[in-house]
Design a protein around this ligand. Structure first.
Ligand SMILES: NC(=O)c1ccc[n+]([C@@H]2O[C@H](COP(=O)([O-])OP(=O)(O)OC[C@H]3O[C@@H](n4cnc5c(N)ncnc54)[C@H](OP(=O)(O)O)[C@@H]3O)[C@@H](O)[C@H]2O)c1
Length: 349
């Protein structure tokens, strides 16, 4: 059994890791930290886990993380990079759900996250945890930077088009919406029910941390210079993410060939569903599952002469956008079948 520790077990991605790992056949949960809830049984805070998780939170200094085989950091940025060296030295693998090991460009990390990078040498060894685009590196990695939720949708949506060289890489547009759990469980006025409920707004329009991450990774897929306009929105759902991606086609390609690009790219991917051309995927078709769904459109009646491709991408921000993706990485890192513990059917209605 793989001994698993979770730092930050009281947050939304932490409890989602607990939900997924509680039924994972090859995992034993051995340590779960909380600075505030030291000693509280996990099932007392999360009754959904009664009978499934029978350990208690412990403060990070008491948790015996070096005795684990892998530690997930479901914490804000800055936490994993302070502890990664000690864990790696003890032979423990690290999967960080925050941004400490996502961006290879340290100057960019420091600009967007407003802190010095604590372990640039380890960063060089880290694998970016988007399995569909980086499987081999993850398999042999000791440290993984799990992708951001929006960047997962943008990369999987644009990748087949960029790799095929059929779009103008310099003018990509991503119009993305996230459920409120994307902001985490900490108390904030903007995510109060009476602020976020029955309301809809954009945020971070002039600049968002997920832009540099997405640009860095998309740039690996094409020789062209990538340009991205990314507009995130907060939508009054608990879970779910819907990204509408736009790109201008630069090559003659018919709809069937466009569709085939995506079907071929994801033919063997258990967690990417390419829906029939012209479909309208719904966030609820992925709720509580690790599935991400994609559908293509190409409007012709709007004066664009059909030279714009629209890619709709939906996922559950807490699963494929965070904790499910992290478990998918863990499975690879430990030589397990990639789908172990992740084959939940989405919850509907
Ligand atoms: N929510 C999403 O949809 C989503 C998607 C992708 C990635 N992420 C990323 O995943 C990470 C966790 O997100 P979240 O939404 O789960 O956040 P959250 O709900 O705010 O939870 C944060 C957790 O980290 C712990 N924590 C905070 N500061 C800590 C510190 N200095 N040392 C140790 N533990 C600390 C907190 O527990 P205590 O205060 O009890 O210690 C809590 O359990 C973030 O980096 C986020 O950007 C989130």
């Amino acid at each position: 059994m793989i001994k698993v520790g979770i730092v930050g077990g009281t947050g939304y991605t932490g409890v989602e890791l607990l939900r997924l790992l509680a039924t994972h056949s090859d995992v034993e949960l051995t340590a779960i930290t909380s600075r505030k809830e030291d000693g509280m049984p996990v099932s007392e805070m999360f009754p959904s886990l009664r009978g499934r998780v029978d350990i208690a939170f412990s403060s990070p200094d008491k948790a015996r993380l070096t005795e684990c085989d892998v530690v997930f950091f479901a914490t804000p940025h800055g936490v994993a990079m302070a502890q990664a060296a000690e864990l790696l030295a003890a032979g423990v693998k690290v999967i960080d759900l925050a941004a400490d090991f996502r961006l290879q460009d340290i100057a960019s990390f420091e600009k967007w996250y407003k802190m010095p990078h604590g372990c640039p040498d380890l960063l060089k060894e880290a694998a970016y945890g988007l399995v569909e685009l980086n499987r081999d590196a993850i398999r042999s990695a000791k440290i993984v930077g799990n992708p951001g939720c929006y960047p997962t949708t943008m990369q999987l949506g644009f990748a087949p088009l960029l790799k095929a060289g059929v779009i103008d890489a310099g003018h990509l547009i991503a119009d993305c919406k996230s459920g409120v759990s994307g902001a985490g469980r900490k108390a904030e006025v903007a995510t109060l029910f009476s602020e976020a409920g029955d309301n809809f707004k954009a945020y971070g329009v002039s600049g968002h941390r997920h832009s540099p991450e997405t640009l860095e990774r998309l740039s690996l897929l094409t020789k062209e210079k990538v340009g991205l306009i990314f507009t995130p929105h907060l939508t009054p759902m608990i879970r779910g993410m819907h990204s509408t991606l736009y790109a201008r086609l630069t090559k003659e390609i018919d709809n069937a060939a466009l569709q085939k690009l995506f079907e071929d790219a994801y033919a063997n991917e258990p967690f990417v569903d390419v829906m029939p051309f012209g479909s309208h995927p719904e966030t609820r078709s992925t709720r509580a599952s690790n599935m991400l769904r994609i559908a293509l459109h190409r409007p012709t009646e709007n004066g664009t002469a059909g030279d714009t491709v629209i890619v709709l991408v939906v996922q559950d921000n807490l699963v494929k956008g965070a904790s499910g993706q992290a478990v998918q990485c863990m499975n690879l890192m430990f030589g397990l079948s990639e789908t172990t513990g992740l084959l939940h059917v989405p919850v509907l209605p």
